[in-house]
Design a protein around this ligand. Structure first.
Ligand code: G3P
Ligand code: CA
Length: 269
């Protein structure tokens, strides 16, 4: 697992704040990072995409409409794709009001701003390369930003960073470009295909729906590119009963909008 080796005694899964603690603050904003930090959650998950002028920004959807006021500010720019806007334009958007009035003025963070914020809070990052097929070469761009911000040093690479994606090719590319970085594949490959994924991914991160203890065992039985058993971080678990159920299957991490609820439900006694 990410923060400690899994010993003979079962340990509680690592709680990960999904898009930040997105039950409490607008997803993928610095406020959502803070909401996780305030609740003692060490790991945050985010989603990274690329603007028209090549800046990396933290946003889930490939368009800006659901989580910002882009339609009001740029009414003629439908369908408001991230890739059609510059970083300066995106910096003007309000990414908080849609969630609650008190978050008005919250911005879409750049990856640079996001990493610097995590360095201030001391939190760790499960970085998702979102829709890599839309952004050729984004893996190298992300690595450059991580390098520029000091996130490829020994300490970050060992303890504070995992890069994941639904795109197997993207994870494979990132692993090839930076073999020391821990990686995860989002999804649930057939058991017979798992050894292929173990070539380039340290984690197999499936949805909790359909997950079984047997599947978790099959994943754990394989060693990843760093010679350690593959881990399982499952998503998106937002209630105590489901958290306890997947913890009982032996998952290593649980990605949640309210990770404090998951943490409290699965805390080792
Ligand atoms: O980290 C897992 C989860 O974030 C994957 O789904 O759509 O929320 O990015 P999504
Ligand atoms: Ca995500």
């Amino acid at each position: 697992r990410a923060d400690a080796p899994r010993g003979a005694a079962a340990q509680a899964p690592v709680p990960v704040a999904h898009r930040g603690a997105s039950a409490y603050a607008p997803e993928n904003t610095l406020a959502a990072v803070d909401a996780a930090h305030e609740r003692g959650i060490a790991w945050v998950e985010n989603d990274v995409q690329r603007t028209k002028d090549g800046e990396l920004v933290v946003l889930h959807d490939d368009n800006l409409a659901r989580t910002t006021n882009v339609e009001q500010l740029f009414p003629g720019r439908s369908p408001w794709k991230v890739a059609d806007f510059t970083a300066d334009e995106i910096a003007l958007l309000d990414a908080g009001s849609w969630f609650a009035p008190r978050f008005a003025g919250e911005r879409v963070p750049t990856l640079e701003q996001y990493l610097r914020h995590l360095d201030r809070t001391g939190q760790n990052l499960l970085l998702e390369i979102k829709k890599p097929e839309l952004y050729p070469g984004i893996e190298a761009d992300i690595l450059q930003e991580l390098r520029d911000e000091g996130w490829l040093d020994r300490r970050h690479v060992r303890d504070k960073l995992i890069v994941q994606s639904f795109g197997a090719d993207s994870v494979r590319t990132l692993h090839r470009l930076a073999p020391a970085v821990k990686t995860g594949f989002l999804g649930a490959p057939a058991v017979g295909d798992l050894p292929d994924y173990a070539e380039f991914a340290d984690q197999i991160n499936p949805p909790h729906t359909g997950l079984s203890a047997e599947y978790v065992r099959e994943v754990h039985a394989l060693k990843g590119p760093h010679g350690k058993p593959l881990e399982v971080f499952t998503w998106t678990v937002n209630d105590a009963a489901t958290a306890r159920r997947v913890a009982g299957m032996g998952v290593d991490g649980i990605i949640s909008n309210n990770p404090d609820v998951v943490r409290d439900a699965t805390r080792s006694t």
